[in-house]
Design a protein around this ligand. Structure first.
Ligand code: URP
Ligand code: ZN
Ligand code: ZN
Ligand code: ZN
Length: 490
């Protein structure tokens, strides 16, 4: 046959183009995109009739934690590379950028990278890359940035909180300075660790231990202050940063102001800040622990509105999941691991921080019907590919350039209720149990191969189809003064 796959009659939605186009796939790549009807008579091994449906570039989720040790509380990640990428592909996401965590006791980033490669290799259902988490910013780690670039890694994550991960401001400057030289994008977890630790002590003195006090212990000011500080430090060095998982509209306001000044400050938000509130942590018993993440969900609708607005107006570059999976029931490694004789109802301080969401990210956002379709594609796929050096191989449907990664949606006849039993992660709950949705991908295609066919067997590929992606320099971010990266000032 002339082609491996034809996707006909659908509404194609990319950032650059929206309309009725037919798509031809050959050798895992987009071969042709032509006006509907233009591929009549073409021969192909497989044809998908997308009449009435929408065809988008596969989702790119650039914030996913898989198979990490206990770093944010007690538990270890419940999802392996196998189960986490499986969950992603069943929800329409074809590329993940997960984290390769360096421990503070380990001076080398390259060894953290090697260890994470070992976990992922031959186990994935999606294509994948890694951000290095730099928690020991000593000379050894800094000296390895250039080698990371050779290995196809063009981004790092650093933390301003969590004892096991937090960097001092001087260490942040060390990282940012070398990141500029090596054209690396630095992701920053912006919460003030001291404010959080101080507030935790105050709550403990009053014997307030319930899950809902996690929200009290992570006040907006901790996020706002750290966001402003991160912007200031990166502005001083003149290097691009991305503030991860922004939950507070007031923090987003600082980001927007920096962007208006022309600073290369990018930002990410996540579904938990669009759909959850502090009330979700204020439930009888220990139930609220299911929605413990940092930063926490905020007060209510006004905050959600502010975050949606930031997505619409470009303050947020990406909508990622921050999938950080922990079992609920497991008393060894799950959220309930914090229940003890001393704290029979648990203690919020020890609850592992993070919610699952790699499979629900796209459906939640699309079902909300809030973003224009091209904006939806931009923040859930294209921008992540651009920001992290994967574009136009990922995040686009450009003939001869892009991988044939497709998510195909059909209008659902009926709304349906999300339940955890529909999902493919290794977590025993979803924070969105019972939520009404009206969208779920019918097909997910990875490099021309149908991996998820909702009504024809579900997951129909084997693990190991996903490949490691060597990434290049960001095509979105550069330094301010020169419109490109520069190191001449220090
Ligand atoms: O609560 C969260 N977000 N857990 C994951 C760790 C992180 O900081 O992203
Ligand atoms: Zn974080
Ligand atoms: Zn809301
Ligand atoms: Zn995270």
């Amino acid at each position: 046959a002339e082609y491996d796959l034809l996707v006909l009659n659908g509404l194609m939605v990319t950032v650059d183009k929206m309309g009725e186009f037919d798509i031809a796939v050959k050798d895992g790549k987009i071969a042709k995109v032509v006006q509907k009807g233009g591929l009549d008579g073409a021969q192909a091994k497989k044809i998908i009739n997308a009449q009435g449906g929408m065809v988008m570039p596969g989702g790119v989720d650039a914030h996913v934690h898989l198979q990490e040790p206990a770093l944010f509380g007690k538990g270890e990640s419940a999802d392996s590379y196998e189960t986490g990428t499986r969950s992603a592909i069943c929800g329409g996401t074809t590329t993940l950028i997960t984290f390769a965590p360096q421990r503070k006791s380990e001076p080398s980033l390259l060894s953290a990278l090697a260890a994470t490669h070992h976990l992922a290799r031959d186990n994935c259902y999606t294509d994948y890359s890694f951000h290095l988490i730099c928690s020991n910013a000593g000379p050894k780690a800094i000296s390895e940035f250039a080698a990371l670039r050779e290995e196809g890694i063009s981004s790092l994550k650093i933390y301003m909180t969590y004892e096991a991960l937090q960097l001092k401001d001087s260490e942040i400057l060390d990282v940012l300075f070398e990141a500029r030289k090596q054209k690396i994008v630095t992701m920053i977890h912006a919460e003030n660790g001291a404010i959080i630790d101080w507030t935790i002590k105050k709550l403990e003195e009053k014997k307030l231990f319930a899950p809902k006090y996690h929200v009290t212990s992570h006040p907006p000011v901790a996020e706002i202050e750290a966001t402003y500080r991160a912007i200031s430090l990166s502005g001083f060095i003149d290097v691009p940063i991305l503030i991860v998982h922004v939950s507070s509209p007031a923090a987003a306001q600082h980001i927007s102001e920096a962007q208006q000044k022309g600073l290369p400050v990018y930002a990410e938000t996540c579904p938990q800040y669009l759909f959850l509130t502090r009330k979700d942590l204020d439930k009888p018993g220990f139930e609220g622990a299911k929605c413990v993440c940092s930063p926490p969900p905020r007060e209510g609708e006004q905050d959600h509105e502010g975050i949606w607005k930031g997505l619409e107006d470009g303050t947020f570059t990406v909508l990622s999941s921050d999938h950080c999976p922990f079992l609920y029931e497991d008393t060894n490694i799950g959220k309930k691991s914090v229940i003890s004789a001393e704290h029979p109802n648990g203690h919020f301080k020890y609850i592992p921080n993070g919610c699952p969401g790699v499979e629900t990210r796209l459906s939640l956002a699309l079902s909300a019907n809030r973003l224009k379709l091209q904006k939806f594609v931009e923040v859930t796929s294209t921008n992540a590919a651009k920001l992290y050096g994967l574009y136009p191989r990922k995040g686009a449907l450009i003939p001869g350039e892009s991988d044939a990664d497709l998510t195909i949606w059909y209008p659902e006849k009926n709304d349906f209720q999300l339940t955890n039993s529909m999902l493919h992660h290794n977590v025993d709950y979803t924070p969105y149990e019972g939520k009404t949705l009206n969208q779920w991908p019918r097909y997910t295609v990875l490099r021309g191969e149908v991996i998820w066919a909702r009504d024809e067997g579900g997951l129909i590929a084997k693990k190991g189809v996903g490949q490691f992606l060597k990434r290049d320099v960001s095509t979105l971010a550069g330094s301010r003064s020169h419109g490109e990266w520069s190191v001449e000032d220090f």
